[in-house]
Write a protein of this length. Structure first.
Lengths: 135, 130
């Protein structure tokens, strides 16, 4: 369930350069844990209990949608907010990700300097939507 | 939602600091891209010898160069990688069972795209050093 403050964030991406950029870009927004794969994300979700997961879609092994599904199969993470960060961000693809249950989509390439503001904005939307739906 | 009031001056300073920290990562990315384009060229060579099993690995490498290059602001490099990625995607979508089925003109496009990307990486490496 989304709480009002974003304290802990999990970022999942197989690309080490993108993880390094995101750590810089979001360091002031929340405490960040990094996972290099969907498999590692499943472990870290249980260890760090993040408020929000940001996740690449195309990863070797467990991809983004499969990882989200596996995370949410655990009852305590059934409502954990997930935002996909992907190059596949055409309107039809975004609609498909939202239908899968994603809470938002950030298009790659993103502006690292604007990423914090984008995440904050999406987080505010998520909190508002959950409050409205009683979640 | 955000306990501390954000001061515009602090935001500007933070943005500038972030830019500087990201700029420090560029040489490492350029080295990575130079290493990875050698791998790309080896994989394209294998395709030319009839090995189509390399398409997923080729796609993964080029996809990484495309996305990360764009994040660092290498627009031309990213564009060349995107072209190659699209071509590999087409080949994967055609579900080529053996690369000998790849027409010579498509193979030629693959070689040209990988050479263009290699040239762009060399050029970006020069820009990053200057």
């Amino acid at each position: 369930v989304a709480h009002s403050a974003l304290k802990q964030l999990l970022y999942v991406d197989d690309d080490p350069d993108i993880r390094a950029i995101v750590r810089i870009a979001l360091g002031h927004v929340a405490s960040i844990r990094m996972a290099e794969s969907g498999e590692r994300a499943l472990q870290l979700v249980n260890e760090s209990k993040p408020d929000l997961v940001l996740m690449d879609v195309m990863m070797p092994g467990l991809d983004g949608p499969s990882t989200m599904k596996r995370i949410r199969e655990q009852s305590r993470f059934a409502a954990l907010p997930v935002i996909f960060v992907t190059a596949k961000a055409m309107p039809a693809e975004v609609a498909r990700f939202l239908k899968m249950g994603a809470d938002g989509v950030i298009a790659k390439p993103f502006d690292p300097i604007q990423l914090g503001a984008n995440v904050r904005s999406l987080w505010s939307d998520i909190v508002a939507a959950r409050a409205q739906s009683g979640g | 939602l955000w306990p501390r009031e954000r001061n515009p001056v602090d935001e500007r300073e933070r943005s500038e600091l972030s830019r500087q920290r990201i700029a420090l990562l560029v040489p490492k990315f350029v080295k990575r891209a130079r290493d990875e384009i050698k791998m790309v060229e080896r994989l394209v060579e294998r395709v030319s010898h009839g090995d189509s099993t390399v398409f997923p690995e080729l796609r993964q490498l080029v996809h990484g160069i495309n996305g990360t290059g764009a994040l660092y602001g290498f627009a031309q490099l990213s564009a060349r990688a995107w072209e190659l990625e699209q071509l590999v995607d087409e080949l994967i979508a055609r579900n080529e069972s053996v690369a000998s089925d790849v027409e010579p003109e498509v193979l030629q496009r693959l070689v040209i795209c990988s050479e263009s990307l290699a040239n762009e990486i060399k050029s970006s490496a020069g820009d990053a050093q200057s």
